[in-house]
Design a protein around this ligand. Structure first.
Ligand SMILES: Nc1ncnc2c1ncn2[C@@H]1O[C@H](COP(=O)(O)OP(=O)(O)OP(=O)(O)O)[C@@H](O)[C@H]1O
Ligand SMILES: NC(=O)c1ccc[n+]([C@@H]2O[C@H](COP(=O)(O)O)[C@@H](O)[C@H]2O)c1
Ligand SMILES: [Zn+2]
Length: 280
């Protein structure tokens, strides 16, 4: 059996604020990919969108990143990357994928670049190296083939991880460039988690380009249904309702301490009482 492809899951979004479902999405996808035995998930990346996205009620990236940093303390394999939100302009998701794929390719090339010693050169006949290196010009075709195979096996595939609503937004006129959609599904691939009110399989069936690259789209049905969304969290906060067990406690504390999402007045009404009681 061929060895599994190493895979990095990249989730783009507002994370305004990060919810437990954003974090669950990674766990659900990782389990599903490992079950196929075709992929080995080595890392998760969360890339918050920049302030230039200008979405209604979008908090500054500084707050969104701080909340992500706190929430991600509970994970040992998902990291936040701030490259996208540090850009002064909004960056298309296809470009974010390209940035991360290139970065990972560069890092793995640097790691595998051999030192020019005879022993090292011998060792490298069975592992990945930069086969364009002139130092290896005298290698046989078999050597090169073996090396290219090893390189392929070792290459890392960055995939977009998203909920079905994001996949279905591909169909919103003018929102995504056709070339970007083709790149996302054709070059990188996509893992899509089902979400209330969406039918990703039907959506793929109705799209020519998604059907063409169907094998690169992995739909994961989330049976433990949980339709948390940042919109619902913001609404609950505004109304002074509890959001405990929907987002991380440490994020609730940050929201309270920084008076975000209009909680200032609600705080006085006792919405964060559970934390005060706990702390007494
Ligand atoms: N409950 C959920 N189930 C599946 N995917 C989800 C869920 N919540 C968020 N996602 C996915 O997480 C990614 C980031 O989404 P985003 O930051 O827009 O979160 P959101 O909860 O949809 O927020 P908002 O309500 O502000 O749009 C998207 O791919 C989105 O589809
Ligand atoms: N053309 C594109 O690349 C495109 C279009 C719309 C949304 N997006 C991305 O999808 C995500 C959507 O997040 P929201 O659901 O919070 O709007 C964001 O990361 C945004 O940058 C990308
Ligand atoms: Zn959303």
């Amino acid at each position: 059996m061929t060895s599994p492809t190493k895979c990095v899951l990249l989730a783009c979004g507002s994370f305004n604020p990060v919810t437990n479902m954003h974090l669950r999405m990674f766990e659900i996808a990782k389990d599903a990919l490992h079950k196929t035995q075709k992929f080995s998930v080595i890392k998760g990346i969360i890339s918050p969108v920049s302030d230039a996205y200008n979405k209604k009620d979008l908090l500054p990236a500084s707050h969104r990143c701080e909340m992500l940093k706190l929430a991600l303390k509970s994970s040992n394999w998902i990291n936040m990357d701030t490259w996208e939100c540090e850009q002064s302009k909004w960056t298309e998701t296809a470009k974010v994928l390209k940035y991360h794929q290139s970065k990972i390719d560069r890092e793995s090339n640097t790691r595998s670049k051999p030192a020019p010693t005879k022993k090292r050169r011998k060792d490298l006949r069975n592992v990945h190296i930069n086969s364009n290196d002139s130092e290896f010009d005298d290698m046989s075709v078999d050597d090169h083939n073996a090396i290219n195979e090893a390189l392929k096996k070792d290459s890392v595939n960055v995939r977009l991880l998203c909920g079905a609503d994001l996949l279905e937004s591909f169909g919103t006129p003018g929102l995504w460039a056709d070339k970007d959609i083709e790149d996302i599904v054709g070059k990188y691939g996509l893992v899509c988690i089902t979400r209330e009110g969406s039918d990703p399989r039907k959506f793929i069936y109705e799209s020519d380009v998604l059907t063409k690259y169907q094998e690169n789209i992995i739909i994961v049905t989330e049976w433990i249904f949980n339709d948390i969304s940042s919109t619902k969290i913001r609404r609950a906060l505004r109304r002074g309702e509890s959001v405990k067990y929907l987002i991380q406690d440490i994020v609730i504390d940050y929201i309270r301490d920084n008076h975000l999402y209009g909680v200032e007045d609600n705080f006085r009404q006792g919405m964060f009482q559970h934390r005060q009681v706990e702390n007494q």
